[in-house]
Design a protein around this ligand. Structure first.
Ligand code: FAD
Length: 427
């Protein structure tokens, strides 16, 4: 089989791989050195269909302020904004404790801390923009089955959904953004530091008896953490009555529970699920009246001990998988992706894209942002996940002091917005 030569191959067209491909494609379109690049994605990709790709499933994503700025740069914010609910207030509480924190964006001179958008909308916006550029190509409906180092980079074998070989590619640089869903990291001998939270996230969109007023709730229970994030109302138009429409107030629920409890929550009928949710969450957001499709994900903090090698970068979930309650996984990976695209588009010869010098420069630029974000969200969960009575009292005090102390509040806010001291300014 003939080997097709590329400068860059991105393995996986999920949230992170597609964002990177778009950034590289747009930068190339503006001029400079032309790099031959492609994305390989097992699912079909067209400009209007995200298909069954699990990256764009029923989940919603909290987009930080830094992500909004990056999306503006990529020209896709206008497609996302109308379907994204602003987070104007954050309410943090601890079940059974008297402390609670209320963060109000306008008190800090902000319009919003961030926005929440369904993954399907993000997928559509990214796919459409990707299809409008012509620099980065696409190998859809195929996956990378093996990766082998060569003196100039890597050789990649592709196969179809039945596992039958389709193509062979060579690349000076391979960016692995497969979400850690394949065995490629194992083939490459990439070692991970893993800490299993022994928890699962149960996610669903829930209907509320009243408007969410753009409040995001973070609630810590003895068993785990819950996030209830505002979504744009669902409007169902009835053709029978012409213009009339029924409106459903909605929020996105991420409910983390000990892993053994997750199957039971999926099996409950709607009424029983809503009643269980109401008893754990309380009535601060009103009554829960509907629940959409429920999914569950096992939760781990997984960080790769090696992110760059000559000719190789691990990116997105393949580099670091975070607990979803802090809502930082994609936001951080997007900042990584934009920094990598910038470093790659500054090279003066194609040979340099795989050089360790360029790849180390990228990693050095993002290292501190990564470690602060990872430590910040893991630390939050360790403090709030603990059942120790001392820690419960301390965190109750912590919530109150967070309410009172301006600088502490600002630090918490900066992390939530993805603009903490070390995260770069994305204008
Ligand atoms: C319940 C939940 C809620 C979350 N909420 C938030 C949030 O609010 N904010 C936030 O910032 N983050 C959030 N995250 C994290 C966020 O979803 C991830 O950071 C993000 O999906 C990682 O994207 P990725 O592209 O690295 O991986 P994925 O989304 O897993 O994409 C991987 C892609 O690679 C493809 N692929 C797999 N194997 C191969 C192969 N062999 N060859 C080629 N392609 C391959 C797949 O088809 C897929 O398209 C949440 C995560 C969960 C689980």
């Amino acid at each position: 089989m003939l080997t097709e030569p590329y400068d860059i191959v991105i393995v996986g067209g999920g949230l992170v791989g597609l964002s990177l491909a778009l950034a590289i494609g747009q930068a190339q379109q503006k001029g400079g050195l032309r790099l031959k690049a492609t994305v390989v994605e097992p699912f079909p990709m067209t400009s209007h269909e995200t298909g069954a790709n699990p990256s764009f499933d029923a989940r919603s994503t909290a987009l930080s302020y830094s992500t909004e700025k990056i999306y503006r740069r990529l020209g896709i914010w206008s497609s996302v904004e109308s379907q994204a609910a602003a987070i104007q207030r954050i309410h943090v509480s601890d079940k059974g404790q008297w402390g609670a924190t209320r963060l109000i964006a306008s008190d800090q001179g902000l319009d919003a801390y961030g926005h929440v958008a369904p993954n399907e909308i993000l997928g559509k916006a990214l796919y459409q923009a990707f299809h409008q550029q012509s620099q980065v190509k696409l190998a859809a409906s195929q996956k990378v089955s093996s990766l082998e180092p060569t003196p100039d980079g890597y050789r990649l074998s592709l196969c179809d959904s039945k596992g039958l070989p389709t193509r062979e590619l060579s690349a000076r640089l391979v960016v692995v953004t497969d979400g850690g869903r394949s065995n490629l990291a194992e083939q490459l001998g990439i070692v991970y530091k893993t800490s299993d939270y022994q928890q699962n996230a149960v996610i669903a969109n829930v209907g509320l008896s009243r408007a969410h007023e753009n409040i995001a709730y973070e609630r810590f229970t003895g068993d785990g953490a819950m996030a209830l994030l505002p979504l744009v109302d669902y409007v169902a138009r009835s053709e029978a009555v012409g213009e009339s429409a029924s409106r459903l107030h909605r929020s996105a629920l991420v409910w983390t529970v000990p892993s053994r409890q997750a199957p039971g929550l999926l099996e409950l009928n709607e009424e029983a699920f809503l009643s269980r949710l109401q008893s754990v969450f309380g009535h601060r957001a009103g009554r829960f009246i509907r629940v959409g499709e429920r999914h569950t994900y096992p939760l781990q903090l997984k960080t790769s001990l090696e992110q760059v090698r000559p000719g190789l970068v691990m990116l997105g979930n393949s580099a670091h998988t975070l607990h979803p309650v802090a809502g930082q996984g994609y936001n951080l990976a997007l900042r990584d992706a934009m920094t990598l695209a910038e470093c790659l588009c500054q090279v003066t010869t194609a040979e340099q894209v795989g050089s360790l010098e360029v790849l180390n420069r990228y990693y050095e630029m993002q290292r501190e942002d990564q470690s602060r974000t990872i430590l910040g969200s893991d630390g939050l969960l360790k403090i709030f996940g603990s059942k120790s009575s001392m820690l419960r009292k301390a965190r109750s005090f912590g919530l109150v002091s967070l309410n009172l102390l301006g600088p502490v509040k600002s630090h918490f806010t900066e992390m939530a917005m993805g603009v903490s001291g070390v995260a770069r300014e994305w204008q």
